[in-house]
Design a protein around this ligand. Structure first.
Ligand SMILES: Nc1ncnc2c1ncn2[C@@H]1O[C@H](COP(=O)(O)OP(=O)(O)OP(=O)(O)O)[C@@H](O)[C@H]1O
Ligand SMILES: [Mg+2]
Length: 347
């Protein structure tokens, strides 16, 4: 038996003095975590020994050993590293973080969200808007070409100010951390590079907090306390894109490729004839004129014909758009007209 695993680092104790609990900051519970060697003078040595013999929840949860290195932690022999998202990707779709999850990496995500006072931000934005507006106006007055970066920044700030004034959006201070787990240092470095690559591909970046891994570890505990404080100020719309739990793309075994879910960069494969999943096989395709509806229908027809043996494709083709496909797939093209040589039910 590995005795070290049973050695408690922390104890969860019920506070005996209820009045001292009430004096604490609001939100403090009836239990407090304290170190095992903190003893009360009234207790005898025997009481202390007896108390040590009792196992509490903290004994079960606390790791047997914790080694703090400059860029990682060794927790019960498992290598752990906390990464902070340094730069968020400038352009993202909903659920962009899901790309990290889609890889099924050994990583936990912690997201700290604090609402900010909109009025304080509004005055800072007003100042910024004046400065940028002044620079843009100065360029125009002196006949200099328009700096697109300046005018885009001004537009974004104005949009944000409008949203804040109309209460359509709010500002939040957001900390986003990833806690990686690996069984060796080399594996941990590899995983770090993988995550950095995934974020880098979307023009974001991750930071490895040096000499702050313990704070990072605490920020990833379910305590709602952000000890690391690598923060970003985001509005409601941008914050909503970080939410990683967008529904997974439908992917059925033996399905036909319908396309790619751009939110999570995952394939959408459906077998619309599978009655266990789709109640019926009717499909509606909607797009503006010239948007590719016919093209997509042809692709689906071809994929069904090529990948299954028992699919019949019958097209009522007023504009003769499917003729080439019909010829390529060795189908029959029947003209329905009085002058047509083709006849049904000839008898
Ligand atoms: N995914 C695609 N890749 C390449 N070309 C495409 C694609 N989708 C559509 N096109 C091309 O775009 C043009 C218009 O497509 P299509 O005729 O399918 O549109 P539509 O939505 O059916 O138009 P309409 O509303 O007029 O029926 C066609 O020339 C088609 O070849
Ligand atoms: Mg069409």
């Amino acid at each position: 038996m590995e005795w070290t695993r049973l050695m408690p680092l922390l104890r969860l104790e019920r506070r005996e003095d209820q009045s001292s609990v009430r004096k604490q900051a609001d939100g403090a519970g009836l239990v407090a975590v304290s170190r095992t060697h903190s003893t009360q003078p009234s207790r005898t040595a025997e009481d202390r020994l007896a108390a040590l013999g009792l196992r509490s929840l903290a004994d079960l949860l606390a790791p047997a050993s914790l080694v703090v290195a400059d860029d990682h932690l060794l927790l019960d022999g498992q290598y752990t590293r906390v990464l902070a998202i340094g730069e968020l990707p400038p352009l993202v779709g909903a659920g962009w973080l899901n790309g990290v999850f889609a890889e099924k990496l050994a990583a936990d995500v912690s997201l700290h969200i604090r609402p900010l006072d909109g009025s304080a931000a509004a005055s800072a934005l007003k100042l910024k808007s004046w400065r940028l507006g002044g620079a843009v106006g100065d360029d125009a007055a002196n006949g200099r070409p328009v700096d697109n970066n300046l005018s885009t920044a001004l537009e974004q700030i104005e949009r944000l100010r409008r949203g804040l004034a109309r209460r359509e959006t709010a500002l939040f201070s957001v900390g986003l951390y990833l806690q990686l787990h690996a069984s060796s240092r080399a594996e941990l470095d590899q995983l770090t590079q993988r995550v950095a690559g995934l974020l880098g591909a979307q023009a974001g970046s991750v930071l490895v907090p040096r000499l702050q891994q313990e704070q990072g570890f605490r920020a990833c505990l379910p305590e709602a306390r952000d000890a690391l404080q690598v923060l970003h100020t985001l509005d409601t719309g941008t914050l909503s894109t970080i939410y990683p739990f967008v529904p997974a793309s439908p992917r059925m075994a033996g399905g036909i490729l319908f396309g790619i879910d751009e939110r999570v960069h995952d394939l959408v494969e459906l077998d619309v004839f599978d009655h266990r999943v789709c109640q019926n096989a009717n499909v509606g395709i909607f797009a503006p004129s010239g948007g590719g509806k016919t093209f997509f229908t042809k692709v689906l027809a071809r994929r069904y014909l090529l990948t299954t043996d028992n699919t019949d494709v019958i097209v009522i083709d007023r504009k003769h758009e499917y003729r080439d496909l019909c010829d390529a797939m060795h189908g029959q093209f029947l003209r329905v007209a009085a002058s047509s040589p083709h006849r049904y039910n000839r008898s």
